[in-house]
Design a protein around this ligand. Structure first.
Ligand SMILES: C[S@@+](CC[C@H](N)C(=O)[O-])C[C@H]1O[C@@H](n2cnc3c(N)ncnc32)[C@H](O)[C@@H]1O
Length: 230
């Protein structure tokens, strides 16, 4: 099947995500087993911190808000730390996300509207604060390189969504130094997940302190990888 050109990240010659099942795929790969539902269902803990490489068009964030909105929890605070080396315009974001507008139209409008107000050409942190039925979501988006963002985090994350193109197209996002830094910025018992099960990624995450397991894939993917920081 021909991939529409607006879905392809020209810097890596790879698509941002697979529009078919984009929301279900995000749930299966990234949210299930991430610890987020356990933590949010518990009475004691109200906060959860996520890290993501890289932000792209914000599909994972839209899927996360959809998931949490439907979860029935209220009064929770989610911090979503993400990074983007090649930020796209809000018009392009809207066009890319258009593939699942019927499922998440209001959330797409909310995120695109907020994103349109940040200066994407200014490097460093940008903050977007959104209120939702589940509580609040603070997006801390670092414009720049992933390692800089991870090093700039002052509080470790509870879960990492590793979504920065496959290792063949983008080896830099899977490099040893970066995965080690991600391991250091993860709480004990925190999780990571990714769509690639490449040996170098498995070894890199293991060296970074994660106990990783391969799980059956979803959609076009044969297998996915999930890890727990030990
Ligand atoms: C597969 S796309 C991400 C899709 C995104 N999670 C979404 O839901 O729309 C990977 C993104 O990582 C970005 N990226 C790649 N290498 C990076 C790096 N070293 N630092 C920061 N961002 C990077 C790319 O520009 C691209 O937007």
């Amino acid at each position: 099947m021909q991939i529409p050109p607006h879905l392809v990240n020209e810097h890596y010659n790879d698509r941002y995500f697979d529009v078919v099942n984009a929301i279900e795929e995000a749930r299966y790969i990234y949210f299930q087993d991430s610890g987020i539902t356990d933590v949010l269902a518990g009475q004691g803990r109200k906060e959860f911190r996520i890290g993501e490489t890289g932000f792209g068009a914000g599909r994972l964030l839209i899927a996360l808000m959809d998931f949490l909105d439907k979860s029935g929890v209220t009064d929770r605070a989610i911090t979503y730390n993400s990074v983007e080396l090649h930020p796209i315009t809000f018009e392009r974001m809207e066009s890319i996300l258009g593939g699942f507008r019927t499922e998440a139209g209001p959330l797409i409008d909310l995120l695109v509207g907020a994103y349109s107000r940040i200066e994407i050409l200014r490097p460093g942190w940008h903050r977007i604060y959104l209120t939702r039925p589940f509580g609040s979501l603070t997006l801390n988006l670092w414009i720049g390189e992933a390692l800089e963002m991870v090093r700039a985090l002052t509080i470790p994350c509870d879960a990492w969504f590793l979504d920065g193109h496959g290792p063949k197209k983008n080896p830099a996002i899977w490099r040893h130094e970066l995965l080690m830094a991600i391991g250091e910025k993860t709480v004990t018992g925190g999780t990571c997940a990714t769509f690639t099960v490449a040996g170098a990624v498995r070894r890199g995450l293991t060296a970074a302190g994660f106990s990783v397991v391969q799980r059956p894939g979803f959609g076009g993917k044969k297998a996915v990888l999930k890890g727990v920081k030990v």
